[in-house]
Design a protein around this ligand. Structure first.
Ligand SMILES: [Zn+2]
Length: 446
């Protein structure tokens, strides 16, 4: 029998295009063109597709997902895979939480065996929540970076954090060590590596500048944290103004600007407390911000309580931004919980415009655009890789518009948020099954 050129998936389909537009088929058909990688041939309504492809459809190349919705895979643009064990620890303040829980947890990754064991479990779970791309932080250790890059599936950049000052003894590197591991990582893994000074507090200007140059020469991304809490900003400025060459530095952003950390391949997490001149610098350097609403949320919502990100101000300043979970600052892996938090926090503050459609765009295509992979992934446009997830729906769910469907999905588990992590039933990466809840164990594609 001739092998079919196509595969057909039937369900509702949401295809995000931008902040205001999301293509929606209440009963749609995703037509996948077989190949390596398999790609999206088109998305159409089932009623049209069943006639158009009647000669191609067979009992073996058609999957009806029933009451479910197909979405592109998520991009989580900021998370720390080595903080999986501290996601739900008490977070009274950022700096205390780092000291009491995060640093001790990250120290354990000096063991290659532990790193391997943890990475196998963590990255399978990451696939199972539908996250297929993003920016990932590892610990300072080589073996943890290697384990992450071996196990991660999708379009990710991963960086070993660099800490050559103000870190606990067991996580402190020398300047030479920080630069040597940067050189080694870039030469072995190329653009899969992101240059990752943890934040200005822990990384000397020399490491940021010299390492940043290596990253630029190799075309690698750079990532760090910027202006998450007022105490952190105060601490950073106090610290740097004592350093030679930084006496007159005006802001946190200026420190990164002076150390060559900003640019079109730079991802700065948080950016909540920024002054107008800082916004201007970020815009001029084309730096992107990653907004992590579940991490920034009040402590009673299991976040760090860093404040509400003013997305309208960032957009007015024409700065690119996307969503991230900030695991373990954020408590749950699923980008559905991150989207819900973005929508809810803005709604409670009386701010309009934080819609489900916007949240979906910022959790998918916006991330792919920032990572410069949107020509081949990020949404379900024709010609892109078959990277998608399936989310089962309750039978009586309202699916009149993309917005009402998204609102219903995001609201469903708001009282028991850990459930979002178990919502996705099927994940395809480049047309291969990465996760299938119906099979007993997740399948990893080679
Ligand atoms: Zn973070």
């Amino acid at each position: 029998m001739k092998k079919s050129r196509f595969r057909f998936c039937i369900a509702a389909v949401l295809n995000p295009k931008n902040d205001r537009k999301c293509e929606f088929f209440p009963r749609g058909m995703l037509v996948i063109r077989e190949g390596s990688p398999a790609t999206i041939h088109e998305v159409i309504s089932y009623a049209v597709g069943r006639v158009k492809y009647q000669r191609e459809i067979t009992s073996t190349n058609l999957i009806d997902f029933g009451s479910a919705v197909i979405l592109p895979g998520f991009f989580d643009m900021h998370f720390h895979w080595v903080q999986d064990d501290v996601r739900e620890m008490p977070k009274a303040s950022l700096l205390k939480w780092l000291e009491n829980y995060t640093f001790p947890a990250e120290s354990k990754f000096k063991s290659a065996r532990y790193s391997k064991q943890k990475a196998t479990v963590f990255f399978k779970r990451l696939s199972s929540v539908g996250t297929l791309g993003g920016g990932c932080y590892s610990s300072i250790h080589w073996c943890a970076l290697e384990a992450a890059l071996k196990n991660v599936k999708g379009d990710f950049v991963v960086g070993n954090v660099l800490m050559d000052m103000n870190a606990p003894k067991e996580l402190l590197q020398t300047e030479g060590e920080a630069l040597a591991i940067t050189r080694r990582a870039i030469s072995k893994f190329g653009r899969r590596v992101a240059f990752t000074p943890r934040f200005a507090i822990t990384t000397t200007p020399k490491v940021m500048t010299a390492g940043g140059l290596l990253a630029d020469q190799a075309g690698c991304f750079k990532q760090s944290h910027l202006s998450e809490t007022p105490q952190e900003i105060e601490f950073v400025l106090g610290l740097f103004r004592k350093l030679k060459g930084f006496e007159k530095v005006r802001s946190y952003t200026d420190i990164y600007h002076k150390t060559n950390m900003l640019g079109p391949r730079s991802l700065m997490a948080h950016g909540i407390h920024l002054t107008h001149p800082e916004l201007k610098t970020l815009q001029q350097t084309k730096t992107a911000i990653v907004h992590c609403p579940t991490s920034n949320a009040p402590v009673k919502e299991r976040g760090i309580g860093s404040g509400l990100f003013d997305f309208k101000r960032i957009e007015r300043a024409k700065i690119r931004w996307a969503l991230g979970s900030d695991i373990g600052g954020g408590p749950f892996l699923s980008m559905l919980d991150v989207m819900r938090s973005f929508v809810d926090q803005n709604k409670s503050a009386g701010i309009s415009g934080a819609t489900g459609v916007k949240a979906l765009y910022r959790a998918t295509l916006a991330g792919a655009e920032i990572l410069q992979v949107s020509a081949r992934t990020g949404n379900l446009d024709a010609g892109k890789e078959a990277n998608f997830i399936v989310l089962p729906l309750e039978k009586n769910i309202r699916i009149k518009t993309a917005e009402s469907l998204l609102q219903a999905i995001l609201k469903r588990d708001s009282k028991k948020r850990s459930r979002y992590d178990d919502r996705v039933s099927y994940v395809s990466f480049q047309g291969k099954t990465l996760f299938d809840r119906l099979s007993t164990k997740s399948v990893t594609s080679k």
